[in-house]
Write a protein that binds this ligand. Structure first.
Ligand code: UDP
Length: 327
């Protein structure tokens, strides 16, 4: 297939591009490099610098003709979204409106969208199955839910086929450590913990230890980025035009922040000092997936089942790239 990948120079996008290229697809990455890294794009994928706020750039990028679009580009930080909600509505909703206009004009009928478990807010039960109420408690989750609605309505009105993949917590790096996670500033738990192990930070701050969870810290479902990439590959090759579906993509198992830190101590041999801080606004106590539907739909199961193994893959990336792609 010929596939345009927005945000393909970012963390999850770049691992998906690598998987698509390995499978023989013709990939073009469209990325504004605000957070992405051109070195993260696996050849022979083509690279176009462009911004989703620019309809002309989008039309030019789509002009060669594509069978599908994968849409990763967007803002992803829960805490920042609480402080800067309009940045998130503009970046995640308005820009996706531009993208949908352009792909409609270009005649593309298949889209895979990066959604999030944050659309559920504080779920009324665990694990989180697709049918639970969508009630985001932060602007990040709200913007992703609005896009899911746009996709549903676009399927009905002009025949777009789409699959929204609601990621739980993406983590890890390519097995050969050629690409990995590099955010500036870094806000995600596992990279921060590994920066402590590298001596780049004195400690990790745990955002709250008074949650209603077994050890008081937040519980999340950490899924390896290469497992996510495999789901994207299966999604893009199976979308039917005119349908809009949404799947929860996680491992089905939750780990607390303190368990993640202990696993990182085991992997790195570093003591990783901890400071207990206040709760981070917008954080639900526990999020982990019911992966039944995604498993059935794609005959898929995550391969990276061991949290230590997942952290070890991230650790190889961080050790070989202590300053990320600038290393
Ligand atoms: N977290 C933390 N300290 C940090 C960064 C994150 O305690 O320095 C917690 C955060 O509150 C959440 C979990 O780790 O419960 C995962 O956060 P992350 O930002 O990695 O992903 P998110 O769940 O926001 O997508």
């Amino acid at each position: 297939m010929r596939i345009l990948v927005t945000g393909g120079a970012g963390y999850v996008g770049s691992h998906c591009v690598r998987r698509l290229v390995a499978d023989g697809h013709a990939v073009t990455v469209f990325d504004n490099l605000e957070y992405g890294h051109q070195q993260a794009v696996t050849p022979p994928a083509e690279f176009v610098v462009g911004d989703l706020s620019d309809p002309d750039a989008l039309a030019r990028a789509l002009a060669p003709g594509f069978d599908a679009v994968m849409h990763f580009a967007g803002y992803t930080n829960v805490g920042e979204s609480v402080a800067e909600p309009l940045k998130y509505y503009r970046g995640n909703v308005t820009n996706t409106t531009n993208l949908l206009d352009a792909i409609r004009t270009a005649g593309v009928r298949r889209l895979v969208f990066s959604s999030t478990c944050a659309v559920f807010g504080v779920p009324e039960r665990l694990p989180i199955s697709e049918d639970l109420p969508k009630a985001p408690i932060n602007p990040y989750g709200a913007t992703k839910l609005v896009v899911e609605w746009m996709l549903r309505d676009s399927a009905a009105s002009w025949g777009l086929g789409s699959m929204a993949l609601r990621y739980f917590n993406a983590c890890g790096a390519a097995e050969d450590a050629s690409i990995g996670e590099d955010h500036t500033p870094e806000t995600h738990l596992i990279p921060i913990v590994l920066q402590v192990a590298l001596g780049q930070r004195p400690h990790v701050q745990v955002f709250g230890n008074d949650y209603p969870t077994p050890d008081g810290s937040c519980v999340r479902d950490y899924i390896h980025v290469d497992d996510l990439a495999e789901v994207h590959l299966r999604a893009v090759t199976s979308i039917e035009p005119g349908t809009a579906d949404a799947l929860n993509v996680g491992t089905g198992r939750g780990y607390s922040v303190l368990e993640v830190i202990q696993a990182a101590r085991d992997v790195t041999g570093h003591s990783i000092p901890v400071v207990i801080g206040p709760r981070r606004p917008g954080d639900p106590p526990s999020l982990y997936a019911d992966p039944t539907r995604v498993r059935q739909r794609f005959n898929w199961r995550h391969q990276h089942d061991d949290l230590r193994g997942v952290i070890a893959s991230a650790w190889r990336w961080h050790q070989s790239h202590p300053r990320g792609y600038r290393s």
